[in-house]
Design a protein around this ligand. Structure first.
Ligand SMILES: Cc1ncc(COP(=O)(O)O)c(C=O)c1O
Length: 442
């Protein structure tokens, strides 16, 4: 087999147990993808359970027990939350729907962190009702609203203030959050964080627990996380001096990058944990501050590389002198990342041994949109034909959770594969599901 053609598992960016069997078929957790496609259809998200658990364990080993909060926005489905909670992670939810999913997964509410820059009264009140452990407040209006709701319930809301720390993490504009002119948080350099603290200290319904800042997503430079930690420790020290206030929680957000293609840099989680913890300890000691509790909120780095998406090819068009277009049975509805962020996912022929050298093709979806491109320059062999299986790597994060029904395509199914056992975790949407919300005119 040509080296280019077999680019693909094993090895990053493919998940830990991804391999090829002696027929050349990709396997995950010991199960061949042609069998998965036959039993569950395509497009199909295939989660490598070993990989998912190993990622959880690596973060817990690096940052300590009760320090790792899974950002469920990356992929919020009951079974994924069950796995990460069983591995000792806390869970971050950013809406009432994510909260409901975490509760359905049996996550202890005290181990939930509620986020959101525009939370509704209903979302906040539900969080208080079930006893969510931390609420990260993002606006002054929210402080007042939460205070009123907490006092009405006769409780004090456990609050972290979301700080905009003025750190540019050099990532895609759509996922940069730490720089000053941002949608999220109280901008430190403009005095908004101090104003929020002053307001919070006036409100009896709030119990201030700490501060939070998230610098962005798909960040590969560990210095961005260290810088964030230092800014926040300095802030805790200043607030202690100015207000005689001791805050425990230092939540550094998520954003740890992952490999999408072979050779992509991926932060070493153990080294990152050591660097961040050392920076916090040094800075706190320098200020004479008790060591705060460090929390991190990885989403993508937990679930992203653990899944691949399996598609079946439908049509191949060769345009002489131009491109080769290979169309599959899914697309931007199940993975918006290439269209939204220009994200480049690795691709491989998955259902058989390829014949001949790989050539770059345009891997496109079935939506009525020219921008419905899953991969540009995907290495598929010359004999790729309708009916072949194609796998796209690193699709566990921000794919299903961002999926749409554009063109009224049903969203895909997902299976969790571990040690040869296949468990469905998400059923394929049906046309009946798609019509369920329609209200026909009489
Ligand atoms: C507050 C917060 N925490 C955690 C995350 C998770 O980021 P990632 O999936 O890149 O780790 C995000 C992503 O938007 C976020 O906004």
């Amino acid at each position: 087999m040509d080296a280019d053609v077999v680019a693909g598992p094993p090895g990053p960016p493919w998940s830990r147990t991804a391999a090829r069997d002696d027929r050349g078929v990709v396997t995950v957790g010991g199960v061949a993808v042609d069998a998965l496609a036959g039993a569950h259809g395509t497009p199909l998200l295939v989660v490598d359970g070993d990989d998912l658990r190993a990622r959880c364990r690596a973060f817990v080993a690096a940052f300590g027990p009760d320090a790792v909060v899974y950002a469920s926005k990356a992929w919020c489905t009951t079974a994924v939350l069950q796995v990460v909670a069983a591995e000792g992670l806390l869970v971050d939810v950013a809406s009432g729907g994510e909260l409901a999913t975490a509760l359905a997964a049996g996550v202890d509410p005290a181990r939930l962190v509620l986020h959101g820059n525009a939370k509704s009264a209903a979302e906040l009140d539900r969080a208080l009702e079930v006893g969510v452990g931390r609420i990260v407040v993002d606006a002054v209006e929210e402080l007042d609203l939460l205070d009123g709701l907490a006092r009405a319930r006769g409780v004090r809301a456990p609050v972290l203030l979301r700080i905009t720390p003025g750190i540019d993490a050099h990532t895609h504009a759509y996922v940069r959050t730490g720089h000053d002119d941002a949608k999220f948080g109280f901008t430190l350099s403009l005095g908004l964080a101090d104003a929020a603290l002053a307001r919070a200290l006036d409100l009896d319904g709030l119990e201030l627990r700490g501060v939070h800042a998230h610098v962005g997503s798909q960040v590969v430079d560990p210095d961005a996380f260290v810088a964030n930690a230092e800014v926040l420790v300095d802030l805790l020290a200043r607030w202690r001096a100015e207000h005689d206030l001791e805050l425990d929680d230092l939540d550094l957000g998520g954003g740890m990058g992952v490999a999408y293609a072979a050779g992509d840099p991926e932060p070493d989680v153990a080294a990152l944990g050591a660097a961040v913890r050392a920076a916090v300890a040094d800075r706190a000691a320098a200020h004479g501050l008790p060591l705060p509790r460090v929390l991190v909120e990885p989403g993508r780095a937990i679930v992203g590389p653990s899944a691949l998406t399996l598609y079946r090819t439908v049509a191949v068009k060769d345009l002489p002198g131009l491109s080769r277009w290979v169309a599959v049975d899914g697309g931007m509805g199940d993975n918006i990342r290439p269209a939204l962020y220009g994200a480049a996912h690795a691709v491989t022929l998955a259902g058989r041994a390829p014949v001949g050298p790989a050539g770059p093709v345009m891997l496109v979806g079935k939506h009525c949109e020219s921008g419905d491109v899953l991969a540009t320059g995907a290495p598929l062999p010359g004999d790729v034909a309708a009916g072949d299986l194609v796998a796209v790597a690193t699709t566990g994060a921000y794919t299903e959770s961002m999926a749409s029904n554009y063109n009224r395509l049903p969203r895909p199914a997902a299976v969790l594969v571990e040690d040869g056992t296949v468990r469905p975790i998400l059923r394929r949407e049906t046309e009946e599901d798609l019509l369920r919300r329609d209200v026909p005119l009489p």
